[in-house]
Design a protein around this ligand. Structure first.
Ligand SMILES: Nc1ncnc2c1ncn2[C@@H]1O[C@H](COP(=O)(O)OP(=O)(O)O)[C@@H](O)[C@H]1O
Ligand SMILES: [Mg+2]
Length: 265
């Protein structure tokens, strides 16, 4: 009992046309997205159209969809890298627009496609966030964070410039984890990585869910990846959330665009 899948069943609440609702009402949603809409100022085109989503605490939610469908825009709204309309994104029931933005970004950490490490050692990178708050992580704490990110603690003393992209991405994960986030936002975090590094990152994400009840929202270019690690899959097409499904049931997608994207018809 109490598995992530059951929680998804219990908590998922989606009010969009064409989305497959799981029945019971939401209990503990970590993040709630309500009618999130964004229109391009330049062209008037809808980038996001009334997106609704509940992200239950302690689950991995995957977001897939064609390029340009609004996945990054949606993710960036969740920690105000793009400022969403007030009331359209809630964290623990609170409007994120009313929270201090730096505090929000500690609570909701983000990782991008390519890691951007600072010059200096791995340890210096990992210490960066806490240091901004006047806290110096001990060597032990740094090593623990590296382990959490699936990296050998011996990396602490290496120069960031010596790392492969895959190793650097795990340092970037450790640096984000140093802020003790409640939610991780991952925007195609493995699309620049080789298969082994991809597996390292996937394992770290799954372990964080198991050991820390981390809530994760992950955009991926890979349907297979999402099927491997997500508890719930959201399909975004042309700014619309057209399907929300359990990964094992992707073949039941009904929206024509979703079916085409998944090569089901
Ligand atoms: N700041 C912006 N201003 C105008 N258009 C944007 C902006 N950011 C993204 N877009 C457009 O919004 C759409 C969705 O982009 P994006 O969220 O990056 O898609 P995805 O991550 O799914 O590839 C694209 O058509 C993109 O050109
Ligand atoms: Mg993107």
């Amino acid at each position: 009992m109490g598995s992530a899948e059951e929680e998804v069943r219990e908590h998922l609440l989606v009010n969009v046309d064409g989305a497959r609702g799981l029945d019971s009402p939401a209990k503990k949603a970590k993040l709630q997205v309500r009618d999130l809409t964004k229109q391009s100022e330049a062209t008037g085109e809808m980038i996001l159209s009334k997106v609704n989503l509940d992200v239950p605490e302690g689950v991995i939610v995957g977001i897939i969809g064609p390029s340009g469908s609004g996945k990054s825009t949606l993710l960036r709204a969740l920690n105000r890298l793009w400022e969403p309309p007030s009331g359209s994104v809630l964290l623990d029931g609170q409007d994120i627009c009313k929270l201090d933005v730096l505090t929000l970004r500690r609570r909701v950490g983000m990782l991008f496609q390519l890691p951007a490490l600072f010059d200096g050692s791995v340890a210096e990178n990992v210490r960066y966030g806490p240091q901004l708050k006047g806290k110096k992580l001990t060597e032990e704490e740094v090593k623990k964070l590296l382990s959490l990110a699936d990296l050998d603690p011996a990396f602490a003393s290496k120069a960031s410039s010596q790392l492969s992209v895959g190793q650097a991405q795990r340092v970037a994960l450790a640096r984000t984890l140093a802020n003790d986030p409640e939610v991780l936002l991952l925007d195609e975090p493995t699309s620049a990585l080789d298969p082994i590094s991809t597996q390292n990152i996937e394992e770290a994400i799954v372990r964080l869910k198991e050991s820390r009840r981390m809530t994760t929202v992950m955009v991926s270019h890979s349907v297979k990846q999402i099927q491997r690690i997500a508890d719930l899959v959201c399909l975004l097409v042309a700014g619309e959330m057209v399907e929300v499904l359990e990964p094992a049931r992707l073949s039941e997608a009904q929206h024509p665009m979703a079916r085409r994207y998944l090569q089901l018809s």
